[in-house]
Design a protein around this ligand. Structure first.
Ligand SMILES: [Zn+2]
Length: 100
């Protein structure tokens, strides 16, 4: 990420939780999705973020074989779902204040 890593880390994490809550997601898909929103992450940046979300028990991981290759899919846990709801409320509150 070119812009301040610490500033955008929370946005990126919320974004990941949002998509993992819709359907299981994998690393390359997330890199492309985040790039679509202007967040350019290398695998070397994304994977530690996914790992930390898993360590916090916000994401769970399943291995699936796709076209002969093992791929890790990340899904939102129950804890992740409440963290996302809280994060979403905080983001909306912040946007409202910034726009005042
Ligand atoms: Zn998105």
């Amino acid at each position: 990420m070119k812009l301040s890593h610490s500033l955008f880390l929370g946005f990126v994490k919320l974004h990941i939780l949002h998509h993992a809550g819709e359907e299981p997601v994998y690393g390359l898909w997330l890199i492309e999705e985040l790039a679509r929103h202007g967040y350019r992450l290398s695998p070397g940046t994304l994977y530690p973020i996914l790992h930390s979300l898993k360590e916090e028990n916000l994401l769970s991981v399943q291995s699936r074989v796709v076209e002969g290759k093992a791929r890790k899919y990340y899904s939102l846990t129950a804890k992740g779902r409440s963290a996302l709801a809280e994060g979403k409320a905080k983001a909306l509150e912040l946007v409202a204040e910034i726009n005042e």
